[in-house]
Design a protein around this ligand. Structure first.
Ligand code: ADP
Length: 119
């Protein structure tokens, strides 16, 4: 794998996790080896970046990986950002053959997960 690119993905997810969390929130990173990813035999590395931040409304969740898409600009105006980070991160992960996706509950937090093939 390309360590610089994978580092860029991780940094982007960590940056978002902190950016969309209030002071005193918690960000957790976990890494596991899994045998299968969406039916594709591995082994795969599964990385989760989990935060206790503002969360993402269900109707926005499928769109956050689009270029320039931002949830509720009024809500996040003060935190800035281009809306490009996740689109780039997804492109980089998929370029390695993996997947990147998000689970979230609005008001509770978000978990971003990605997989990478283990050679
Ligand atoms: P940016 O952070 O520059 O706005 P991204 O592509 O990284 O762009 O993220 C797109 C949008 O997805 C963000 O504007 C935000 O609305 C939402 N988002 C991303 N990560 C999180 C997160 N950890 N918690 C809540 N919302 C998030």
């Amino acid at each position: 794998m390309d360590p610089d690119r994978v580092g860029q993905v991780l940094l982007n997810l960590l940056h978002n996790a902190v950016k969309f969390s209030a002071e005193g929130g918690e960000v957790r990173v976990q890494a596991h080896m899994i045998a299968e990813d969406a039916g594709r035999p591995g082994p795969w590395l599964l990385v989760n970046v989990c935060d206790t931040g503002v969360g993402i409304p269900a109707q926005d969740l499928p769109r956050i990986f689009e270029r320039f898409y931002k949830v509720d600009r009024a809500r996040t105006r003060h935190v800035g950002g281009t809306g490009l980070g996740l689109a780039i991160a997804k492109h980089l992960v998929e370029g390695h053959g993996g997947r990147l996706w998000a689970d979230s509950v609005e008001g509770r937090g978000s978990t971003f997960s990605f997989t990478l093939p283990v050679a």
